[in-house]
Write a protein that binds this ligand. Structure first.
Ligand SMILES: *Cc1c(COP(=O)(O)O)cnc(C)c1O
Length: 491
């Protein structure tokens, strides 16, 4: 049994303000060899800062160690498995960083004249083409800055397309397994959200759906594979039902990691979808870094894509702003260009076969975890898993150990927790996505950790409930943290 250990001093970092000591400095400058001037006289009194008093005074090594130690408190994909389901936290090859930092690409300015931006245009055009091919769609916009932004862009296009036929309609159907951004995007686009329940295999029930679709339904927003990691077997049927009533099918493509190179949404009736380049196509994410949520559409929706569009003439690439049916601009400039460069580098380095292999590895890893953990944790749905698997804490909860407690204990074993209590349709969910970049050794360590925690939950639930022990902050009072948040440091 692990005893409660005191945190290592490096895990007890004080504020720089607390280590400050008058006269300490992180620099050395030579004696002044010019006359001293009064800053207020030289700069004007209004430019002299008065509030700088009390700023920490520390040495260079104090400052360096402070920030270096803080940086070690983060868990990162460079440290180990990051099994957050739904998020696709995979390792991103460093070479794509090098490509994105190519001098001519890194310093490019969005106001640079078209004639000097031909290389960037070519990169964007090539990426649009590649994403259209991977998804089986006809046209792509690279503008949206993230998945949720792509959703909003897509639903605004649905509205514009239906409006052009005379009636934008009122409702969008969203399955109960959807990511929370889906209903939010629907509302922001001015539609009413209609929920549809999944069946006992974690899939949409086509018959139940058929009863719901009427002339007021503008679209369905469907995630495939869905947030249970289950492929919607009836997806073509779903598309047929919606189309027969003049409605459109939007696919949340955040889980394209399970399909790329194998199955193309455009081939099974999807009208439009977004991709998360920062999940599937090699941009590090988490911590609020830039993302990109391109939207891919079928030909009929192309006139509604955001402005401007790339166009090619014998004289070269330029932007086309003359598109009267467009929903307009959704982002300043043309998207997060650096993310686009990484995505194209990743896609070209893999090629079609490489993408297919990466997808198969993602599926293999998820199903390996599922098989290894199934004897110890309750699988949520008896349907084949794709790139992630969802368990429930039912067996452990019988001893008072919830998914949240298991996740905290996992930190002591050196892993980032899986996704806790999501999707909402699985009570006490443990949602695990290993991604294709993990080796069998790493997966085995993770499996051993989770099996060990299952045993602890059985034999010594208290031990799990008090975890984590190895971190700077141990068990926190989550109720107090939510009810009485301290948002400001009081010295
Ligand atoms: C991550 C995710 C989103 C949202 O994407 P962001 O880029 O975070 O805005 C939407 N749907 C699903 C299924 C996701 O996994």
């Amino acid at each position: 049994m692990i005893e409660k250990v005191r945190a290592h001093p490096s895990q007890n970092e004080s504020l720089l303000f607390e280590t400050s000591s008058p006269g300490k400095a992180g620099y050395q400058l030579p004696e002044l060899d010019v006359p001293t001037v009064d800053p207020a006289e030289a700069l004007g009194a209004q430019h002299v800062r008065r509030e700088i008093g009390g700023f920490p005074e520390v040495s260079e090594v104090d400052a360096i160690r402070h920030f270096t130690r803080l940086s070690t408190w983060n868990y990162a994909i460079d440290l180990g498995l990051y099994p957050l389901g739904s998020c696709t936290m995979k390792y991103n090859p460093r070479v794509n960083e090098a490509v994105a930092r190519t001098e001519g690409l890194m310093w490019i300015h969005p106001y640079q004249p078209d004639a000097l931006s031909q290389g960037a245009f070519a990169i964007m055009a090539e990426l649009e083409r590649a994403l259209a091919e991977i998804t089986g769609m006809d046209a792509v916009t690279l503008q949206p800055a993230a998945g949720a932004h792509g959703e909003l862009t897509g639903i605004l296009m649905v509205r514009a397309a239906l409006q052009a036929q005379g009636n934008p309609r009122k409702k969008v159907i969203v399955p109960d397994s959807a990511h929370g951004t889906n209903p939010a995007s629907v509302r922001m686009a001015g539609y009413e959200v209609v929920n549809v329940a999944s069946n006992d295999r974690g899939m949409l029930d086509a018959e139940a759906l058929a009863r719901m679709v009427d002339e007021d339904v503008a679209a369905i927003m469907i995630t495939n594979p869905n947030t249970l990691g289950v492929f919607e077997e009836h997806i073509s049927n779903v598309a047929r039902i919606l189309h027969s009533k003049g409605a459109l099918v939007y696919m949340d493509g955040a889980n394209m990691n399970a399909l790329a190179g194998i199955s193309r949404p455009g081939d099974y009736g999807i009208d439009l979808m977004h991709l998360n380049l920062h999940k599937t196509f090699s941009t590090p994410h988490g911590g609020g870094g830039p993302g990109s949520g391109p939207v891919a559409v079928k030909k009929e929706l192309e006139p509604f894509l955001p402005l401007p569009r790339l166009q090619h003439a014998p004289s070269g690439w330029s932007w086309n702003y003359g598109r009267p049916q467009s929903i307009g601009r959704v982002r300043a400039f043309y998207g997060n260009f650096g993310v686009l460069v990484r995505a194209l580098a990743y896609i070209m380095a893999h090629g079609g076969d490489g993408l297919r292999r990466a997808t198969l590895d993602a599926l293999l890893n998820a199903n390996y975890l599922r098989k290894m953990l199934e004897p110890h944790y309750e699988i949520a749905y008896q349907a084949p898993s794709m790139h992630e698997c969802v368990f429930s804490d039912r067996r452990q909860a019988a001893n008072g150990v919830s998914t949240g407690a298991i996740a905290k204990r996992l930190i002591d074993y050196g892993f980032h927790p899986y996704t806790v209590s999501f999707p909402l349709i699985v009570p006490g969910a443990l949602m695990i996505e290993p991604t294709e970049t993990e080796s069998k050794q790493e997966l085995d360590l993770f499996v051993r950790a989770l099996i060990s925690i299952a045993q602890e939950a059985e034999e010594n639930p208290e031990l799990v409930l008090m975890a984590p022990y190895s971190t700077r902050t141990t068990k926190v009072d989550e109720v107090a943290a939510a009810r009485k948040p301290i948002l400001k440091w009081r010295g």
